[in-house]
Design a protein around this ligand. Structure first.
Ligand code: FAD
Length: 323
C-alpha cells in the first residue's frame, strides 16, 4: 500500500469513505473552470474535520491542499496530487461590539452582505468578491480602498507542525494582496487558516447599504462576465496592471480558449474550452510583451496550484535588458 492508499484506508476506517471523491476534475471547483483531476477530494464542513484530515495527510506523507472557492488559483491540466480539501466550514457569530468570529470557509461576500444589513461597518467593499474568508486572509483581499488587513484582529491557524495556534495581526504579515501565509514555502506545509476574528464598527444600516450598492454598481461596470480568477496581475509601483496591458496593445489577445478581456485588460478569461496551459501561456506572453514594450514587470496575483512544469509564472521575463 502506498501513502495515498493508506490515507484513503484511514479516512474510510473513520467513516468518511462515502464523502471521498476520486480523480475529481478541478475544473468543477475553480472559477477559471480549468484544472485536471485531484487524486482525492473531500469537503470539510466542520473545523475539527479540517484539522484532522490535514494532520492525517501530513502524517501519511501525502500532499494536502486546502482550497476555499478556487477563485484565486490556476490549477494545472495535470491536476493536484494527494488530498484536496474544499473548505466549507461556514459558522460565524457577531457580538454586541462588532467582533466577528468567523470560520474560514464562510463566503466573504455573504458575510459582507449580512454585516451591512446588521449595521456593522467595515466590509462594504467586499460585497462582490467571491471566495472564502480563508482565501481572503491568505491573499489580503481588498477592493475600493478596503482590505482584510484593516479588520482582521487575529486568526486561528493550523501550523505546519500540526498545532492550533492563535496569532495576532502582526504575525499575519499582511501586505498588498499578500500575507505571511501566502509567502510561506509553497512546496512545504503551509499554515491553514481555521478561523478569523474581525473587528467591525457600528454604522448606519441605510448608509452602509447605499455604499454597498455603489460598490456593486462600480464592480458590475468594470468586471467582465465569465470564467476568470479576478485581477490577473498585481499593480506595479506606479501603474495599474490593466493600464500597462492596454498600453502594450494586448486587449483581446488570445491563446487557445484564453483571452485578455477586451473589457478590462487585467482580466484573463476562459472563453470556453481553455486549458490551464492556454491561460499560463497567455500570462507569459503578456508579461513578455509588457516588459519589452514598457519595461515593466508584471507579477501574477493568482497562485499556480497542482503539477506544473518548473516556474510557469514568471521566468518568461528576461532579468537583464529589454528584448
Ligand atoms: C470575478 C472575480 C472578482 C474578484 N475580485 C476580487 C477583488 O476585488 N479583490 C480581491 O482581493 N480579490 C478578488 N478576486 C480574487 C478572489 O476572489 C479572492 O482572492 C478570494 O479571497 C480568494 O478566496 P478563495 O476562497 O476562492 O481562495 P482559493 O482560490 O480557494 O485559494 C487561494 C489560495 O489560498 C489558499 N487557501 C484557501 N483557503 C485557505 C485556508 N483556509 N487556509 C490556508 N490557505 C488557504 C489556497 O490553498 C490557495 O493557495 C476576484 C475573483 C473573481 C473570480
Amino acid at each position: 500500500m502506498n501513502a495515498q492508499q493508506r490515507l484513503i484506508a484511514a479516512l474510510q476506517a473513520d467513516g468518511y469513505g462515502p464523502r471521498l471523491m476520486r480523480d475529481e476534475p478541478m475544473s468543477a471547483h475553480t472559477s477559471f473552470q480549468v484544472g485536471g483531476p485531484a487524486d482525492v477530494m473531500i469537503r470539510a464542513q466542520k473545523l475539527d474535520e479540517l484539522v484532522a484530515w490535514v494532520r492525517l495527510a501530513r502524517a501519511q506523507g501525502v500532499p494536502c491542499t486546502v482550497l476555499g472557492s478556487g477563485t484565486n488559483v490556476l490549477v494545472s491540466d495535470a491536476g493536484i496530487r494527494g488530498l484536496v480539501i474544499l473548505n466549507e466550514c461556514s459558522a460565524y457569530a457577531i457580538d454586541g461590539s462588532g467582533r466577528v468570529t468567523v470560520e474560514s470557509g464562510v463566503l466573504l461576500r455573504e458575510l459582507a452582505r449580512h454585516t451591512v444589513e446588521q449595521g456593522w461597518e467595515g466590509l462594504e467593499w467586499a460585497v462582490g468578491i467571491p471566495g472564502t474568508i480563508g482565501g481572503a486572509v491568505v491573499g489580503n483581499a481588498g477592493a475600493y480602498g478596503g482590505y482584510m488587513a484593516d479588520i482582521v484582529q487575529e486568526a486561528a491557524l493550523l501550523t505546519p507542525e500540526g498545532q492550533v495556534q492563535r496569532v495576532g495581526l502582526a504575525a499575519l504579515g499582511f501586505g498588498y494582496r499578500t500575507s505571511a501565509l501566502k509567502r510561506a514555502d509553497p512546496n512545504g506545509d503551509r499554515p491553514i487558516v481555521l478561523e478569523a476574528v474581525l473587528q467591525l464598527r457600528p454604522g448606519d444600516a441605510g448608509e452602509l447599504a447605499a455604499r454597498a450598492e455603489q460598490v456593486t454598481q462600480q464592480r458590475q461596470a468594470r468586471t467582465p462576465e465569465g470564467a476568470c480568477a479576478g485581477s490577473m496581475f498585481l499593480r506595479t509601483e506606479h501603474y495599474p496592471a490593466g493600464f500597462l496591458i492596454e498600453q502594450a496593445g494586448l486587449k483581446g489577445l488570445t491563446v487557445g480558449g484564453a483571452q485578455v478581456s477586451p473589457k478590462h485588460a487585467n482580466f484573463v478569461m476562459n472563453c470556453g474550452g481553455a486549458t490551464a496551459q492556454d491561460i499560463a501561456r497567455l500570462i507569459e506572453i503578456v508579461q513578455e510583451q509588457v516588459w519589452r514594450e514598457l519595461g515593466q514587470r508584471l507579477h501574477p496575483e493568482i497562485e499556480f496550484v497542482g503539477e506544473w512544469p518548473p516556474s510557469p509564472q514568471g521566468d518568461a521575463i528576461p532579468t537583464e535588458g529589454r528584448g
